[in-house]
Design a protein around this ligand. Sequence first.
Ligand code: DX5
Ligand code: ZN
Length: 228
Amino acid sequence: MTTFRIAPSILSADFARLGEEVRNVVTAGADIIHFDVMDNHYVPNLTIGPLVCEAIRPHVQVPIDVHLMVKPVDRIIPDFAKAGANIITFHPEASEHLDRSLQLIRDNGCKAGLVFNPGTPLHYLEHVMDKIDIILIMSVNPGFGGQSFIAQALKKIAEARRMIDASGRDIMLEVDGGIKIDNIAAAAAAGADTFVAGSAIFGKPDYKAVIDAMRAELAKTVAKTVAN
Ligand code: DX5
Ligand code: ZN
């Protein structure tokens, strides 16, 4: 049976109280902490780096999933691994040498993956599938929290699911952008197993209520699949 993982994005957290925020969201049921790194170059926004990753690391036991929206990517990979990242993903357009960047992440002891913008084709995966631990499908254009879900992403999730199944490898399929209680089931039905949600969780007063409601939606998807 599919293991579903909820990965709150700290982009929408209160940065003045980040330690408390990550502890609270894990207590509320988060499986992963999603960590958005933006450089004001690859994307038009600037966020957080390895120092902040290192600062939150002692506060939580769950994996930290570093989503690099930076160009170039290689220089910063070892720094995030040292700062306690468990998963590092990057956008194929941001690296000159995909295979090398993926290998660098793995050599640094982390799980490696590629991130696909709404307009980016999945063909980048073709020759590097053996080095992929996670595929991240963006359902918004990267750079900001709180944007609306782009429904076209569902087709791409389904396509990525087919590629994963054909590979026979254990690869996580994550979706990021505009995920809410009312569309998480559609993303799961398309084949996603890991769900990033920023504003849907950190924007709300009761993190557990949102995460519980998301899990209830995911359970319905499973029930429907079994019934069919
Ligand atoms: C966007 C980031 C997302 C973002 C998601 O570039 O990669 O992780 O924080 O935020 P929401 O869930 O609010 O769309
Ligand atoms: Zn992200």
